[in-house]
Design a protein around this ligand. Structure first.
Ligand code: UGA
Length: 437
């Protein structure tokens, strides 16, 4: 394997995972960030992102001398043969991706890049960005490659080191091959294509996942109406290898920093290309409907108005295994409950204190019993496995009403029934009544 000198610009969960994992594959990596404090922490081996295995890889890379951190892209790129851009591309005006960070890094480094190096866009960027980046760099000797990431938060290191596939796109085939070779040790199927197609793969994948989830959430609603059970239905369809078992769990809607942003961005790109994409629009509409439906369930569980009613929430993050609250369906449901006057106390293993601008209007407790104390209903909003293991007997003693709205179908309803709880899931056939009622 060729050991390459690599620069990674941006140390968010994508950049840091990319840098640390490439170092673990034997490459020599310098990661740059504009945040001086973050760089200082990383040089000391301290990783603020909750990502299993990442801190260990950073420590290993530092100790082996294969990984280093610097402030500013200009200090990372001069000797690099490959430069990864892993900067944020937040949702901008009208849902389109905001490329300001990509553009400013391109402007900053264009004159400093080593001759004949390769610049790689790993950030999720609209189709055409590789070409635009190449124009911004204005360097005929530097190829721009699209190499989208498929890392899930909470399992980014595992996803990086065990990829389903590597996608590399560039109009100059040799540059694409050089980037693909960085991952050779992983032995993953590799798709070599042009830059626009590689950029499209990322959106097509995330939007497909969003559609799959909206479809499942719609099927769950229909199951409720027709007396079927969505868990049996998804198991039944998931064995079909063309469908697959993954990503079939209904919930309070999908969220996070990627799926909502990417669905909006692709819709925007479609509109700009004068293409009507009702299938994708319907996935977004179904997602809004699903979030609202969860509020209806809570209202039904407490038997009417939510005004002044105490609700205990279990889960705030957009999914389990992360502390990320961005576009969390849990927060959307909480906001809707709040708007109807509910008094909310939440417990989340990844969020131990209020986060200004995110959890406003929700009291964040450091213990599930505190969240449940006096609650007219408990609502499970994030699929943290530890919620299954809670001392439900203890929670039964402190709540005002023994009813749980389980928006993730996470809990063992039999266990809860035995301590007197009624459990209302999503898409489930009506459950047996609690024992002793
Ligand atoms: C997503 C993609 O899964 C990654 O492949 C991609 O690289 C990443 O976006 C990205 O673009 O960077 P992530 O945002 O970490 O990863 O979250 P997911 O694990 O995809 O979950 C998204 C949402 O769907 C969450 O709210 C989750 O709770 C929900 N979900 C997921 C369900 O409701 N049911 C499921 O069966 C699976």
């Amino acid at each position: 394997m060729f050991v390459r000198r690599i620069a990674v610009v941006g140390t968010g969960y994508v950049g840091l995972t990319t840098g640390a994992c490439l170092a673990s594959l034997g490459h020599r990596v310098i990661c740059a960030d504009i945040d001086e404090r973050r760089v200082e922490e990383l040089r000391g081996g301290r990783v603020a992102i909750l990502e299993p295995g990442l801190a260990e890889l950073v420590t290993e890379g530092l100790a082996a001398g294969r990984l280093d951190f610097v402030v500013g892209a200009r200090n990372a790129v001069p000797r690099a043969e490959v430069v990864f851009l892993c900067v944020p591309t937040p949702m901008g005006e009208g849902g389109a991706a905001n490329l300001a960070a990509v553009e400013s890094v391109a402007a900053e480094v264009s004159g400093l890049l080593r001759p004949n190096c390769v610049v790689v866009n790993k950030s999720t960027v609209p189709v055409g960005t590789a070409a635009r980046t190449a124009a911004l760099l204005g360097r005929a000797d530097v190829a721009v490659v699209s190499n989208p990431e498929f890392l899930r938060e909470g399992s980014a290191v595992t996803d990086f080191l065990n990829p389903d596939r590597i996608v590399v796109g560039c109009d100059a085939q040799d540059a694409a091959e050089r980037v693909a070779a960085l991952y050779a040790r992983l032995g993953a199927p590799t798709v070599l294509t042009d830059a626009a197609s590689a950029e499209m793969v990322k959106y097509a994948a995330n939007c497909f996942l969003a559609m799959k989830l909206s479809y499942v959430n719609a099927v769950a609603e229909l199951c409720e109406r027709l007396g079927a059970d969505v868990l049996d239905v998804t198991e039944g369809i998931g064995y079909d290898r063309r469908i697959g078992q993954a990503f079939l769990s209904p919930g309070p809607g999908w969220g996070g920093s990627c799926l909502p942003k990417d669905t909006h961005a692709l819709l925007q790109a479609a509109a700009a290309a004068d293409f009507d994409f009702p299938l994708l629009q319907a996935s977004l509409d179904t997602n809004t409907r699903q979030r609202n439906r969860m509020t209806d369930k809570v209202r039904a569980a407490v038997g009417g108005s939510l005004d002044g009613v105490h609700i205990g929430l279990l889960g705030l993050t957009f999914k389990a295994g992360t502390d990320d609250l961005r576009d969390s369906p849990a927060l959307a449901v909480a906001a809707a409950l709040r708007a109807e006057g509910a008094v909310l106390v939440a417990y989340d293993p990844g969020v131990r204190a209020s986060v200004p601008g995110m959890t406003d209007g929700v009291e964040v407790a450091d213990d599930p019993v505190k969240a449940a104390q006096g609650a007219a209903a408990i609502v499970v909003l994030t699929e943290w496995p530890e919620f299954r293991m809670l001392d439900w007997g203890r929670l039964a003693e402190v709540v005002a009403n023994r009813v749980v709205v389980d928006t993730r179908n996470l809990l063992d309803a039999d266990v809860l029934r035995r301590v007197g709880f009624e459990v209302l899931g999503v898409g489930r056939r009506p459950q047996l009544p609690p024992v002793g009622r």
